[in-house]
Write a protein that binds this ligand. Structure first.
Ligand code: IMP
Length: 427
């Protein structure tokens, strides 16, 4: 029975909420399997707007069990702030489950994220400053603090002391900051322990049992393909696996349990933070996409970089994620543009690349090779069938599909929750 992974295909902010919404009424579990509160989704239900950074969006759907998997890094202050905000608006959050193996973001991770970025100067990554990278670095260095450690005071103290040993040298001698004491971290974490306890469990086993019992489980990736630690535009990436393979490792289920992989592709492209972006626009077209698409970060408020759709990226994501379906979002933002360029390949110093170049240096030089498609001027926000779209909008979608390596199963045509054309079922 369906395990469905939902992944971003570009540099994030593709609008995964549209796909999650499509599945919501048939979903039993929504699992966040990577990242932390660097993500950001705004969900509008009725006249209420919810901004979530850490909690899986499924928490807003009655009947759905939201799960924070072992692959996530959890900032407890953010977790409880988000829970309190939802509870005060009458949302039932009692079903939330958290893996005992998830790692904790502490204050020293947040501080290190900010000071290392400042130290990098022009080479900075443009992180969200939430401590994500340093928390994952500690996990890989075997210096991390896991959720389960919070329930054993002696172990917790030992782990904090172990982590601070080197960090305080770095903070005081390299970055000229004050040292952090074990007590301040310990006390900070202790305030959450009792509230956290009932939510924590063996989520790997719980999800396995749910899948065996025929429940529908949605694995929702944070960030996206091009920010993946292995496949993205390294080093301008986040510190986790954002692709479908990460769903298995980060949720504790077997890869064979994932039946469908839905990739979310924006009709154009955006990116926040630094790093290469071949189709980026620095002209009035870029400004138009930004203002029409409201392209400002949910987590940091930063204006997003904008550019045309890049099918080289979608083909790459189709292959690496094994996409079975694509949800194309924000098609309406392109309304009114007379001729719409779509990138079909790259030119790197005179050589044509139909697939991603192997080397980072080549990617930094990649110039888009465009094909131009005729646009449309009719309002498409009311379209609910593919045939409701103007012929040129249909042709644009078909063109993206032909060059993407997977079928397009749904199309977002507006901000409203129901502004979507569904072509194939996702479950
Ligand atoms: P970090 O995840 O905070 O370490 O940031 C690393 C890179 O990923 C930076 O370029 C961020 O802007 C980017 N990033 C992290 N989370 C998101 C997201 O949810 N949407 C878009 N970009 C993100």
């Amino acid at each position: 029975m369906p395990g469905i992974a939902i992944v971003g295909v570009q540099w994030g902010d593709e609008g995964k909420g549209k796909a999650t919404d499509l599945l919501a009424s048939r979903t039993d579990y929504v699992v966040k399997f990577n990242g932390g509160n660097n993500a950001g989704h705004t969900v509008v239900i009725g006249d209420k707007k919810y901004a979530l950074h850490l909690l899986p969006s499924g928490i807003l759907t009655p009947g759905v069990t939201p799960v924070i998997g072992n692959g996530v890094v959890v900032d407890l202050e953010v977790l409880f702030d988000e829970l309190t905000a939802l509870q005060s608006r009458g949302v039932d959050t009692s079903k939330l489950r958290i893996s005992s193996n998830a790692h904790i973001i502490t204050n020293y991770h947040r501080i290190l994220d900010k000071v290392t970025e400042r130290f990098l100067g022009k080479r900075s990554i443009g992180t969200t400053g939430r401590g994500i990278g340093p928390a994952y670095a500690d996990k890989v260095n075997r210096l991390g603090i896991r959720v389960q450690d919070l329930f054993d005071e002696s172990i917790l103290r030992q782990k904090i002391e172990g982590a601070l040993e080197t960090k305080n040298h770095m903070l005081t001698k390299v970055y000229n900051r004050r040292a952090i004491t074990c007590d301040e971290i310990f006390d900070d974490l202790q305030q959450y322990v009792e509230r956290l306890r009932p939510m924590v469990g063996d989520t790997s086993l719980e999800l396995h049992n749910a899948l065996e019992a025929g429940k529908n489980v949605v694995f929702e990736a944070g960030q996206a393909m091009m920010l993946d630690i292995d496949y993205g535009t390294y080093p301008f990436v986040t510190s986790s696996t954002t692709t479908s393979a990460g769903a298995a490792a980060g949720a504790g289920i077997a890869p064979s349990k994932i039946d469908r992989v839905v990739g979310i592709v924006k009709a154009y492209t955006t990116r926040v933070g630094s790093g290469p972006f071949p189709t980026e626009l620095h002209d009035e077209w870029g400004d138009l996409l930004r203002s029409n698409g409201f392209e400002f970060g949910t987590t940091t408020g930063r204006p997003r970089r904008t550019g045309w759709n890049d099918t080289v990226i979608t083909r790459y994501a189709s292959r690496v994620n094994g996409l079975t379906d694509i949800v194309l979002t924000k098609l309406d933002v392109l309304t009114g543009i007379e001729r719409i360029p779509v990138c079909v390949a790259y030119d790197v110093d005179g050589e044509r690349f139909d697939e991603m170049p192997l080397s980072q240096s080549d990617y930094h030089h990649a110039k888009p090779i465009y094909e131009e498609l005729p646009g449309w001027s009719e309002d498409i926000t009311g379209a609910r069938e593919f045939s409701d779209l103007p012929a040129n909008a249909q042709a644009y979608v078909r063109f993206l599909e032909e060059h993407s390596g997977s079928r397009i199963s749904a199309i977002g045509v507006g901000a409203a929750r129901d502004a979507i054309i569904q072509i194939h079922d996702l479950i």
